[in-house]
Design a protein. Structure first.
Length: 197
């Protein structure tokens, strides 16, 4: 796919969400439907991601996660609440992944003073044998932290939160393509949630 644009719903002040220059993946068809999908090669080239918190305090990333995960099945009347361990996240393997991410915008109109911050990230990262979203997040945080300045400080403060969010997001999403994007969603969501002092 080339030139893919994902927009926010009308409840957000800006339509911009994700602008993808290119998304390409090669895999054997039957491997995608197995218990452990295998993607031989993937390229994700993102021009810009805009993370938005609207006036109601809702985040566009959280809304996307909810919609991708789907609504939980309604409980039957009189049935006991579900117990037991959470379902095991679906395993996957991406043998070779190239990730490019140029710009990140943070827009927050939930408070009295709306704010917009823009970051030129210029991320170019190559991965081999990816099996968890955390593997994707760690090198990105390392790149940002190594730069110093505002982006480096932000990465340092949010490193643990970004990894935890990436892992949690990966467990929510269902199929291999969604799981490849889960780490990015987790990382971006953690950037929005600055620690309170």
């Amino acid at each position: 796919m080339r030139g893919l644009v994902i927009e926010n719903p009308p409840t957000f002040p800006t339509p911009d969400f994700v602008q993808v220059r290119e998304f390409r993946a090669t895999a054997e068809l039957f491997a995608l439907f197995s218990d452990r999908p295998v993607i031989d090669e993937a390229v994700v080239d993102i021009a810009q991601v805009t993370l938005v918190k609207n006036q109601a305090g809702q985040r566009n990333v959280a809304l996307l996660q909810e919609r991708l995960a789907g609504a939980p099945a309604p409980a039957r009347a009189g049935a006991p609440p579900a117990t037991g361990p959470a379902p095991k996240p679906r395993e996957f393997l991406i043998r070779h992944l190239e990730l490019r991410l140029d710009k990140l915008r943070l827009v927050d109109v939930s408070g009295d003073q709306p704010s917009t911050q823009e970051y030129d990230l210029g991320i170019r990262q190559t991965y081999e044998n990816v099996t968890t979203p955390v593997q994707i997040a760690v090198p990105i945080l390392g790149q940002l932290a190594a730069r110093g300045g505002v982006i480096g400080d932000l990465a340092g403060k949010l490193g643990a939160d970004a990894l935890a969010t990436a892992k949690q997001t990966g467990e929510i999403l269902k199929d291999a393509g969604k799981q490849a994007g889960a780490a990015l969603q987790g990382f971006f969501q953690s950037l929005e949630q600055k620690p309170k002092k």
